[in-house]
Design a protein around this ligand. Structure first.
Ligand SMILES: NC(=O)c1ccc[n+]([C@@H]2O[C@H](COP(=O)([O-])OP(=O)(O)OC[C@H]3O[C@@H](n4cnc5c(N)ncnc54)[C@H](OP(=O)(O)O)[C@@H]3O)[C@@H](O)[C@H]2O)c1
Length: 251
């Protein structure tokens, strides 16, 4: 048996675990940070919680005799990806990063591209009073600070679990993607949204809001991804499976 540790927390990680589990002589362990109360069902073993930095991850890889490490975390989860890269190098374990391609700006898109959520909060034009936050429930502090300066701005916040911070002038929508174009178009119109805050997550599951915003001429404050460490990368589940098959055939 060959053991694969998947660093997960994304829909692609769920799909990859299910596909790898069908390959003979492969044992899959998925690792989750533990942020979501009811994570999507996973095929194979699951472990939950941080490792204790790159060193803790390296120890885990050795203690559990992991043969391959595949990072399928969200492209904006910069720290765990750095830790994965360091731990794989330290233990000499083959390491792959599955990174979905980022969304590219198209004709008709009105994106204000920023480096972080702190910059996103400051980049919302003062004239805008109704903002749709789709960048997650855990980094709302910059918007709380903005709401102290611009209390008239109203926020719609969408996340899987309730946010840690409550924005004063806001509504929370608890929902999990994928979202259709019709859903997103209706939502933007019903709530009279004037700007969207999004991370450049890439992939299809949450792209409908980008198309709906384009159609409605709504600007998007788009948070860029952090830089990725050096190392082997693929952009699809199929290519990740091909990598595993190639690696296992050489053993
Ligand atoms: N950031 C996003 O926008 C976003 C969106 C959707 C899903 N997610 C998922 O949510 C998780 C947390 O995201 P984040 O942005 O907080 O990550 P992060 O900043 O890169 O990681 C912070 C710490 O959380 C722990 N951690 C993160 N992912 C882990 C995993 N898969 N298994 C075990 N421990 C993990 C690690 O703790 P230790 O140092 O103690 O090991 C890591 O140092 C990720 O797994 C990611 O795939 C993130």
């Amino acid at each position: 048996m060959k053991k694969i540790l998947i660093l997960g927390g994304t829909g692609d990680a769920v799909k990859l675990a299910a596909k790898l589990a069908t390959i003979p002589k492969i044992e899959v362990i998925s690792s989750l940070a533990g942020r979501t109360k009811k994570p999507s069902a996973l095929v194979g073993q699951v472990r939950i919680g941080g490792f204790g930095g790159a060193e803790g991850l390296a120890n885990y890889l050795q203690e559990n005799s992991i043969d391959f490490l595949i990072d399928v975390t969200h492209p904006c989860a910069g720290q765990i990806t750095i830790n994965g890269s360091i731990a794989a190098k330290a233990t000499n374990i083959p390491h792959l990063m599955l990174v979905r391609p980022q969304w590219e700006k198209m004709s008709g898109d009105n994106w204000i591209e920023v480096e972080s959520l702190e910059f996103a909060a400051t980049a919302i034009p003062n004239s805008i009073n109704r903002v749709f936050i789709t960048s997650g429930r855990q980094q709302l502090k910059p918007f709380l600070q903005r709401s102290q300066v611009y209390p008239e701005t109203w926020y719609l916040m969408r996340s899987i679990d309730p946010p840690d911070i409550e924005l004063p002038n806001s509504e929370v929508l608890l929902d999990r993607g994928p979202f259709s174009f019709e859903q997103e178009y209706q939502l933007l119109q019903n709530y009279r949204i004037q700007a969207i805050v999004s991370k450049n997550s890439g992939g299809d599951a949450t792209y409908a809001k980008i198309i709906a915003a384009r159609e409605l001429g709504i600007p998007i404050i788009m948070v860029q991804r952090p830089a990725m460490p050096e190392g082997k990368k693929v952009t699809s589940i199929e290519d990740a499976i091909a990598w595993v098959k190639l690696k296992t055939s050489k053993l």
